[in-house]
Design a protein around this ligand. Structure first.
Ligand code: SF4
Length: 140
């Protein structure tokens, strides 16, 4: 299994696609963080791109989207959470996480300048983001 650190000067970063911060465990996705025992996401200091072997191994335990957070290019109209103009997930997150429960210090995050939620909501998104477990949001 190999994981490739993301380089700030890579061609992909220069193109700056908008990234979904809560995507599926799939080859080529970025591993953003790990869900801790307190149910909060601990963001990696150095996000890495996952390969097929990582995906295979990750699917051997509990569903990976319950244990990790991944990022991939935002699919807009190809995603059922796309409202036509924005990602509806962060709106659901805001509805379900009261402001008093949000994180005051935004986490160090390598995708911030490309993040869909941050582009929509600014730093407010980062206060709720570490509380998001992808599998729960996707499957209800
Ligand atoms: S909402 Fe903030 S912390 Fe979460 S992935 Fe986007 S930029 Fe990073």
């Amino acid at each position: 299994m190999s994981v490739k650190p993301l380089r700030a000067d890579s061609a992909e970063r220069r193109r700056k696609p908008t990234l979904c911060p809560s995507s599926r465990c799939a080859e080529g996705a970025i591993l953003l963080g790990v869900v801790g025992s307190d149910a909060q996401v601990q963001f990696l200091n150095q996000p890495v791109r996952i390969d097929a072997e990582f995906v295979d191994i990750a699917h051997q335990g509990r569903r990976p989207e319950k244990r990790f957070r991944f990022s991939s290019p935002c699919a807009t109209n190809a995603c059922r959470h796309w409202t036509g103009s924005r990602c509806g997930v962060i709106d659901e997150v805001f509805d379900s996480v009261p402001e008093t429960h949000r994180i005051e210090t935004r986490p160090r995050c390598a995708i911030r300048e490309q993040c869909r939620w941050h582009r929509q909501e600014g730093d407010a998104a980062c206060g709720a983001c570490p509380l998001v477990i992808t599998d729960l949001m996707v499957d209800g």
